[in-house]
Design a protein. Structure first.
Length: 231
């Protein structure tokens, strides 16, 4: 059996700028986090590791996901030390699975297309490049696939330095492959309430996001018990 290509969904952020657990906010009939997870599970990845916090899992992962076997939730107790520590934690979990490569995904990017993830995986299988990154306007962005040969370098990152800091180094970047993307939707990350408001009226595939509108109306009028519980 060939060594797996796994996804690492980074989901351990503190949502400081949002002011609540952003992954639990409604989006297109689901939540921000579960929409991101669904895309990863629907792709060509062999397994998805969700690197998250101990207390947040029940807030954004729907019951239906727990019937699927191609993912696991790994509690990252180092999350408060910065994104690099969550990434390193996820990579250690991938190493335990004897992964040949890992695709780094962000749980607050719910519009990442399955087709883009698959293109990255297929490009790696064809070229065996050290890394394969999506690229918009000349800038590499997640999702990014790294072969296991890159894991030690990534694990040396500290604080909030993500994998992007490596991709910006010409000496590192020239060894990989970039996939040019024309549309920015896949890379839209929801960090603030203003970001959330931008998608609240459109939702998924430009449809009305009724759940988000209700949530926003409640907060503007003084508070919703559902919203408070999620926060």
């Amino acid at each position: 059996m060939s060594r797996p290509i796994v996804g690492i969904l980074l989901a351990a952020g503190n949502s400081v700028r949002m002011g609540c657990d952003k992954l639990a906010l409604p989006l297109g009939g689901a939540t921000i986090g579960s929409t991101s997870l669904d895309a990863a599970l629907s792709s060509a990845l062999d397994h998805v590791i969700v690197a998250g916090k101990r207390e947040s899992r029940a807030g954004w992962i729907g019951p239906a996901f727990f019937k699927q076997e191609n993912w696991s939730y790994a509690v990252c107790d180092e999350a408060s030390r910065g994104q690099a520590h969550t990434l390193s934690f996820g990579l250690r979990a991938a190493e335990q699975m004897n992964a040949q490569a890992a695709v780094i995904l962000l749980a607050d990017q719910p519009f990442t297309r399955v087709e883009l993830i698959n293109q990255i995986v297929h490009t790696y299988k064809k070229t065996k490049a050290p890394f394969v990154a999506a690229c918009l306007d000349g800038i590499p962005r997640p999702p990014v696939l790294f072969s296991n040969g890159c894991f030690p370098v990534l694990q040396e990152l500290k604080g909030d330095r993500g994998a992007g800091s490596l991709l910006k180094q010409p000496s590192f970047a020239r060894h990989g492959r970039m996939i040019d993307c024309q549309e920015s939707r896949s890379f839209f990350d929801i960090d603030t309430m203003q970001d959330y408001k931008q998608v609240a009226g459109r939702g998924w595939n430009d449809n009305a996001n009724a759940g988000a509108n209700i949530c926003l109306a409640a907060t503007e009028s003084g508070g919703s018990e559902v919203f408070k519980e999620r926060a």
